[in-house]
Design a protein around this ligand. Structure first.
Ligand SMILES: [Zn+2]
Length: 118
């Protein structure tokens, strides 16, 4: 049983199907608070990668949801957001990407084989 690697396997599928503007690093590590899970993306200093952090202590289904949620953020990401103080992270663009990624992860045949693990 390796739920941790299942998250990485799904992430690899997403990299192929929905590549964001930057390469994606996925880290699975313990988080201190539930709300941290939406603190899911940022780039490193060089703006070469998105960093998606997923709580190692969460159940697999929540980790999978964090992956979908965060992937949608990365796909909807725009540098223009940074210049708009009223920008809300869960805007229409994010919602559309969330739906597409959710559909892929939860219902695509290949991803479906991974979603519940071995
Ligand atoms: Zn969010």
């Amino acid at each position: 049983m390796s739920k941790r690697s299942d998250i990485h396997r799904i992430a690899n599928e997403l990299r192929k199907r929905f590549p964001p503007a930057f390469k994606v690093k996925v880290r699975i590590k313990p988080m201190k608070a539930y709300w941290e899970w939406c603190n899911i993306f940022g780039t490193d200093e060089a703006w070469e990668h998105f960093l998606l952090v997923i709580d190692a202590n969460a159940e697999f289904r929540w980790q999978r949801d964090a992956l979908i949620h965060g992937w949608a953020h990365m796909l909807a990401w725009s540098h223009l957001h940074d210049a708009n103080p009223d920008w809300h992270g869960h805007d229409e663009a994010w919602g559309v990407w969330y739906a597409k990624v959710y559909q892929f992860v939860m219902y695509d045949r290949e991803a479906a084989k991974l979603k519940d693990g071995p």
